[in-house]
Design a protein around this ligand. Structure first.
Ligand code: 2RA
Length: 329
């Protein structure tokens, strides 16, 4: 299959290439796409060397699938151009996520809504993906009423500049700032820009995308998204109130039986998820599972995942795999 990777030189783009190879995706022709300044750059993939091409060249090559991680502006302008030549686009930016005509997909939860007509598919935000992966099976069983989530987000979510800032601060080197403040030995209560309601875009993504993916606007969600000096993945403290009561051991069993979830939950052996150990893995790790004794039908969870893999690249490739398996491309 002719596959284009748009944003091939970025952090997520590089992981998408890695995942395509790891999962032996049926690539017969690979098109590496990046901004004009990277055109001609050579990238090795699966034993072959490829030259990066520009966006119009890639459209003219009519790939069957194009996986995007190139920012919202590029996606808004170029995803429709790919779709017009018959390409199915799976986009990692926020450009299409809340568009009523576009599907927002986590394969383990709602891939069945996809049809042949879906030519631009939105990949959810990383912090949303890991949360709904754990919440979806519990919602089916106990019906979620309200979610309160605090996130502890990896600087890789911001990109290379942030990783370099932390490195510079750690080594005492002067350099460009990705954040307004020092991130080394700090926690910044701002991920993305603020909206008029005092919440950041990142926090409102957790609200809006969760309701769309679980297809239930009655679910109340409130979020606080924090940036911390970690690189392995995002962590989330989730407090979830259900309509119905539950048994904690049954909750653990439901999560254990859910595809893409690994339960790491035993305080006697100090077993719980941590980003240092989630890095490079595709599962969503859930632990610290315990009843919230302050109010009925309410549970606390700790959810950790590699934000560049299941939070972005792997989820994207899994959507592409679903399209092929179900003959939707
Ligand atoms: C972040 N989820 O972590 C956003 C975008 N990757 O900054």
């Amino acid at each position: 299959m002719k596959v284009a990777v748009v944003g091939a030189t970025g952090m997520v783009g590089e992981i998408m290439l890695k995942v395509l190879k790891e999962r032996k995706f049926p690539v017969t022709e690979l098109i590496l796409v990046a901004s004009e300044k990277s055109v001609g750059k050579e990238i090795e993939w699966n034993g072959k060397t490829y030259k990066v091409v520009g966006l119009q060249t890639a459209v003219d090559m009519k790939p069957k699938i194009a996986v995007f991680s190139a920012g919202g502006e590029t996606s808004l302008l170029w995803a429709p151009k790919f779709a017009e030549v018959g390409t199915t686009v799976i986009d990692n930016s926020s450009a299409w996520r809340m568009d009523n005509t576009k599907k927002l997909v986590v394969p383990e939860i709602n891939a069945s809504i996809l049809t042949k007509e879906d030519k631009i598919i939105a990949n959810p935000n990383c912090s949303t993906i890991q949360m709904v992966m754990a919440l979806a099976p519990l919602h089916s069983k106990y019906k979620i009423k309200r979610v309160v989530v605090s996130t502890y987000q990896s600087i890789t979510g911001t990109g290379v500049k942030a990783v370099q800032q932390l490195e510079n601060e750690y080594t005492g080197t002067k350099g460009e700032m990705a954040y307004k403040y020092q991130i080394h030995r700090n926690a910044i209560p701002q991920c993305d820009i603020f909206e008029n309601n005092g919440y950041t875009k990142e926090e409102m993504k957790l609200v809006r995308e969760t309701q769309k993916i679980l297809n239930d606007k009655t679910i109340a969600v409130t979020a606080t998204a924090i940036r911390i000096p970690v690189v392995g993945g995002h962590s989330e403290a989730v407090n979830v109130q259900f309509e119905n009561d539950f048994d904690v051991s049954e909750i653990r069993q439901i999560l254990h039986n859910s595809s893409g979830i690994t339960v790491q939950d035993n305080i006697d052996t100090f077993t719980f998820p941590m980003p240092l150990y989630a890095e490079g893995k595709d599962d969503v790790f859930v632990g610290r599972i315990r009843r919230d004794e302050s109010q009925p039908n309410t549970l606390n969870l700790w959810i950790v995942a590699d934000n560049l893999r299941k939070g972005a690249a792997t989820n994207t490739i899994q959507i592409a795999e679903y399209l092929i398996a179900n003959k939707l491309v």
